[in-house]
Write a protein that binds this ligand. Structure first.
Ligand SMILES: [Cu+2]
Length: 125
């Protein structure tokens, strides 16, 4: 019986951990701490790989204005895509960007960057 060198085991452990983190980030991650809209407006900050807030509650049948401030200049954060609404919006860097959404039917609308790194959920109910 041969014993694996410690370095091989270490490399495998690091690789496995990285894979688990990728799975968690892309498929298992769910935002917590929902933030409600105020008078049909919500401020969203785009920085450090996350939208803040990433979970937004908005009343059904009411238009919503997203006031988005993208602080992350990396191309990853360039587009804000909202599923189910057909929105793919380029975001300027360090400039407040208004995005008007029409009155929406109740449901969950995922939003994310074009690479799915930044993720969030808009809950309309
Ligand atoms: Cu991205």
């Amino acid at each position: 019986m041969t014993t694996l060198p410690v370095t091989t085991l270490l490399v495998n452990a690091v690789g496995l951990t990285a894979m688990m983190m990728i799975v968690w980030w892309f498929w298992l991650w769910k935002p917590r701490n929902a933030v409600g809209t105020k008078d049909g407006v919500i401020d969203i900050r785009v920085a450090n790989g996350t939208y803040t807030p990433a979970l937004i509650d908005s009343p059904a049948g009411q238009p919503l204005t997203l006031r988005v401030l993208r602080e992350d200049a990396s191309p990853c954060a360039e587009y804000l895509i909202i599923e189910g609404l057909g929105i793919s919006e380029p975001l300027p860097v360090n400039r407040l960007h208004m995005l008007m959404l029409p009155a929406m039917a109740a449901g969950e609308y995922r939003f994310h960057c074009q690479m799915n790194m930044y993720q969030g959920i808009l809950r309309v109910r």
